[in-house]
Design a protein around this ligand. Structure first.
Ligand SMILES: Cc1cc2nc3c(=O)[nH]c(=O)nc-3n(C[C@H](O)[C@H](O)[C@H](O)COP(=O)(O)OP(=O)(O)OC[C@H]3O[C@@H](n4cnc5c(N)ncnc54)[C@H](O)[C@@H]3O)c2cc1C
Length: 371
C-alpha cells in the first residue's frame, strides 16, 4: 500500500497531523522509534492555560490556539478533559500592570491563603490518552526512521511507502536537514501525586498545580533545564539519556517545595515522575510548513545572501515534505490548531501565517551570511 501521508514522530504534533489528515479522507501511517507519546508529549502536564499580558503576535497565537484546542479536546475525549480554570498568582514576571490592555477576561479571586487572577478557560488533559485517541484510525508502526528514499515520486522508509512525509520529530535530529530551524531542547520534570486535599482549579505561579484530575491524581509541573548548555545532543527519550537518568530527585524536591508554597497538599504521595524535552527555537514561535532545501535554494539564488528579494515560491523545496515542530512548552495548546493550519496548507493551499513559517527562518539564516 502507498499511504498518502507518512508521519515521523508520534508525539502531540504528529498525532494531531495524523488526525487532521485522516479526517480529511487521507490514508495516514505514523511511526515512532519509542511508541506513542513517549517523547516530550508523554511528560507534559498537560496544562492548557492562557497567556496573559499585553496583546502581541505570540500571545494572540497562544490564546487563539487555546480556544480552538480546548473545544477540540472536549469533543474528542470529554472524559479526559478537566476544565476548571486556572488561578494565576503574581510573581516577578506577572503583575497587575501586565494585565492592562489584555484581551482575555479574568476575575480577581482568593482561595485559602492565596489570591490571584482567575481565568476560566483553562484545563488539564491526559496527554497519552489524547495522543492514542488521535491516531486510532491510522496505522501505527514502531520504527526508527533513519533513511528516507525518494524514487518515482514515492518516499520509502524501510517497507513503508508514501506520497507525502511530515516530520514531527521534536528534539531529535531530523531525518532531512533544515538547518534554519535551530531546535534547542529544554528538559523538564513533571510529577503526578496523590493527595486528600481538594483543589478547585489549576493554580499557576512559576510552576502549576492542577485541580484533582479525573483519575484522582494531581499534576505538578514543570521544571526547565536548558539541555543545550550541557553540550549533549538529544538522540533518545529523556528517560534513557545518560545525563538525565539519575538527575531528577532535585527537580522533584523543587516541584514539591514550590507546590507547597501555593497550597497545603495533605497525605501527599508521589505516584509518578515524568521526564521529557521540549523542542524550542529562539523566538519561541512554533514552525509549520513545507521544508525548504537550504543548500539548493542558496545554490540557485546566491544573491539571497546579500539581501536580494527572491519570492518564496521560487525557492527549492523537498518535494512533499512538511514539518510541525518547536511547540515549546505548549505542545498540547498548539497541536490541534497548528495541525489544522498545516492540513489546510497542504490540501487547500491556505497561507501559513508569516510568524510561524519556515520561510521567515530560512531568509534570516541566509541573510546572516554565517553559512
Ligand atoms: C516536563 C514537560 C512538561 C510540559 N508541560 C506541558 C503542558 O503543561 N502543556 C503543554 O501544552 N505542553 C507541555 N509541554 C510541552 C509539550 O510536551 C511539547 O510541546 C510536546 O511534547 C511537543 O510534541 P512533539 O510531538 O513536537 O514532540 P515529542 O512529543 O517529543 O515527539 C517527537 C517524537 O518523535 C519520535 N522520533 C524522533 N525521531 C524519530 C525517528 N527518526 N524515527 C521515529 N521516531 C522518531 C520521538 O521518539 C518522539 O516520540 C511539556 C513538556 C515537558 C517536557
Amino acid at each position: 500500500m502507498i499511504y498518502d501521508f507518512l508521519i515521523i514522530g508520534a508525539g502531540v504534533a504528529g498525532c494531531n497531523c495524523a488526525y487532521a489528515l485522516n479526517k480529511a479522507g487521507k490514508s495516514v501511517a505514523i511511526i515512532d522509534k519509542e511508541g506513542v507519546a513517549k517523547g516530550g508529549s508523554g511528560a507534559a502536564g498537560a496544562f492548557l492555560s492562557p497567556l496573559a499580558g499585553k496583546k502581541n503576535s505570540y500571545n494572540s497565537l497562544v490564546n487563539n490556539a487555546l480556544k480552538y484546542s480546548i473545544d477540540f479536546y472536549e469533543k474528542l475525549l470529554p472524559n479526559y478533559v478537566t476544565k476548571k480554570g486556572v488561578l494565576r498568582i503574581q510573581n516577578d514576571n506577572f503583575d497587575e500592570t501586565k494585565l492592562k490592555d489584555n484581551e482575555i477576561k479574568f476575575e480577581y479571586k482568593k482561595f485559602n491563603d492565596i489570591e490571584g487572577y482567575f481565568y476560566k478557560d483553562a484545563a488539564i488533559i491526559n496527554p497519552s490518552e489524547i495522543c492514542n485517541k488521535l491516531i486510532e484510525d491510522c496505522d501505527f508502526y514502531l520504527l526508527d526512521a533513519q533513511e528516507l528514499i525518494f524514487i518515482n515520486n514515492i518516499y520509502h522508509i524501510k517497507d513503508l511507502r508514501a506520497k507525502n512525509i511530515i516530520l514531527t520529530q521534536g528534539v531529535s535530529t531530523p531525518i532531512i536537514s533544515y538547518p534554519y530551524v535551530k531546535i534547542s531542547p529544554i528538559f523538564g520534570v513533571k510529577i503526578d501525586v496523590k493527595t486528600s486535599s481538594i483543589i478547585p482549579f489549576n493554580i499557576h505561579k512559576s510552576i502549576s498545580v492542577s485541580t484533582n484530575k479525573k483519575d484522582g491524581t494531581v499534576a505538578i509541573g514543570a521544571t526547565s533545564i536548558n539541555h543545550v548548555l550541557e553540550g549533549i545532543e538529544c538522540t533518545t527519550t529523556c528517560d534513557k539519556c545518560m545525563f538525565l537518568v539519575n538527575n531528577d530527585q532535585e527537580d522533584v524536591k523543587s516541584l514539591l517545595n514550590q507546590a507547597n508554597q501555593l497550597i497545603d497538599l495533605k497525605d501527599l504521595e508521589v505516584v509518578k515522575i515524568y521526564k521529557g524535552a521540549r523542542a524550542t527555537i529562539k523566538s519561541y514561535f512554533p514552525v509549520v510548513g513545507k521544508i525548504i532545501n537550504y543548500e539548493n535554494s542558496i545554490k540557485k539564488y546566491p544573491s539571497i545572501k546579500n539581501g536580494a528579494k527572491i519570492s518564496s515560491d521560487l525557492l527549492e523545496y523537498y518535494p512533499n515534505v512538511y514539518t510541525l515542530n518547536a511547540l515549546g512548552s505548549r505542545g498540547f495548546v498548539f497541536g490541534p490548531y497548528l495541525a489544522k493550519i498545516l492540513k489546510d496548507n497542504i490540501l487547500n493551499d491556505a497561507k501559513i501565517p508569516k510568524e510561524i513559517s519556515l520561510e521567515k527562518l530560512f531568509y534570516k539564516m541566509a541573510r546572516s551570511r554565517k553559512i
